[in-house]
Design a protein around this ligand. Structure first.
Ligand code: NI
Length: 227
């Protein structure tokens, strides 16, 4: 299930984030965190995970994610890998790959299973050419290029790539989440069900029926979730 989440960041948060990232001197070769599959096809830069600027930028984005109902509903996060920041200048690209299944948390060493991959766009599409995120799933290829502040989440099992930049610079935040619900199909069912419940709530539909549906939702989460 691929979900686009609009307006994760507002204009002021975007400016603050971009100012920090654009003047940062903690940009390093993106291959420092790539596995053996990704390294030969990865040509970009990312902010050193241990740098002050990475932590400062995380402090802007994480609270915005935690209060975004669509993000919570679509991802049902359990553990989030510390958010990372990358950029692609002209000629940079990330060829087709599947993200590594398990990552080691850089601060406490615990293992995080990557169920969901996320890209939060920090550059407006007018400011660069190329740099589409292409995600392949059972329904085909999806080319994604969202306004700055918008985010896409997709199953980490998907083959994906970033096409070469031909003009400008594309800066993004990216990260992985270990979801409470490991299975993408189960997560998609819960997302659809939650959306339907929210719409029924807005129309003040039959209260007993809504209560029953909400109960079913939570009982499914209880049955399927792992913490
Ligand atoms: Ni990737």
């Amino acid at each position: 299930m691929l979900v686009c989440i609009p307006n994760v960041l507002d204009a002021a948060q975007l400016v603050s984030l971009r100012e920090r990232l654009d003047r940062a001197n903690a940009w390093v070769d993106g291959r420092v965190t790539a596995g053996y599959q990704g390294a030969p096809v990865k040509f970009n830069q990312q902010i050193d995970e241990r740098s002050e600027v990475a932590l400062a930028c995380q402090r802007i984005v994480v609270p915005a994610l935690e209060r975004n109902p669509l993000f919570i509903s679509a991802v049902l996060p359990n553990v989030m890998y510390p958010l990372m920041f990358n950029r692609y200048g002209e000629g940079m690209t990330f060829g087709a790959h599947i993200d590594g299944s398990v990552r080691i948390h850089p601060h406490d060493g615990r293992k995080i299973r990557t169920d969901v991959s996320a890209t939060l766009f920090l550059t407006n599409p007018d400011d660069y050419d190329g740099g589409d995120l292409i995600v392949e799933d059972t329904y085909g290829r999806h080319a994604i290029k969202l306004p700055a502040g918008d985010m896409v989440v997709y199953p980490a099992t998907s083959l994906h790539q970033v096409t070469p930049i031909t003009r400008g610079v594309r800066t993004s935040c990216f990260f992985w989440v270990q979801s409470l619900i490991r299975d993408d199909q189960q997560r998609a069912l819960l997302y659809d069900m939650d959306g339907a419940i929210q719409r029924l709530n807005q129309t003040n539909a039959d209260e007993a029926a809504r209560r029953s549906l909400i109960g079913c939702y939570h009982n499914l989460v209880r049955q399927w979730s792992e913490t």
